[in-house]
Write a protein that binds this ligand. Structure first.
Ligand SMILES: [Zn+2]
Ligand SMILES: [Zn+2]
Ligand SMILES: [Zn+2]
Length: 116
């Protein structure tokens, strides 16, 4: 398969847009099948067939999710931030994490990623 490199952010923004547009996080924002990803039974020739368009959108979502999972910030960032490594996503449990204070929280300049 031919591949092109696109910025992850572009894909993330697109996926966000589709999710917003369709108020759900699966399938094509242009479709609302009664069964996700399957044409409705009153849809003539396509009835009950899997919807190829919805598959495309879900594939893009899958790539974004995969990229998110693969990229874990390294604990020590060049700016001075120490990333929380606690299992708790709401509150730090005292792992020694800190924010360097030179940029908005969560917007680390030139972030370094841990090897997945
Ligand atoms: Zn569809
Ligand atoms: Zn920082
Ligand atoms: Zn922590």
């Amino acid at each position: 398969m031919e591949t092109v490199t696109i910025q992850l952010k572009l894909l993330v923004d697109l996926v966000d847009l589709w999710n917003k547009k369709s108020h759900r996080e699966y399938g094509s924002p242009n479709h609302s099948h009664s069964v996700p990803g399957v044409w409705d039974s009153d849809h003539g020739e396509l009835a009950n067939k899997p919807c190829a368009e919805c598959v495309l959108y879900d594939e893009a979502r899958r790539i974004v999710a995969e990229a998110h999972n693969a990229k874990v910030l390294a604990k020590y960032q060049p700016c001075g931030c120490i990333i929380c490594t606690c299992e708790d996503e709401i509150q730090c449990q005292g792992c020694g994490a800190k924010h360097c204070g030179t940029h908005p929280l969560g917007q680390i300049p030139n972030p370094v990623y841990a090897d997945a």
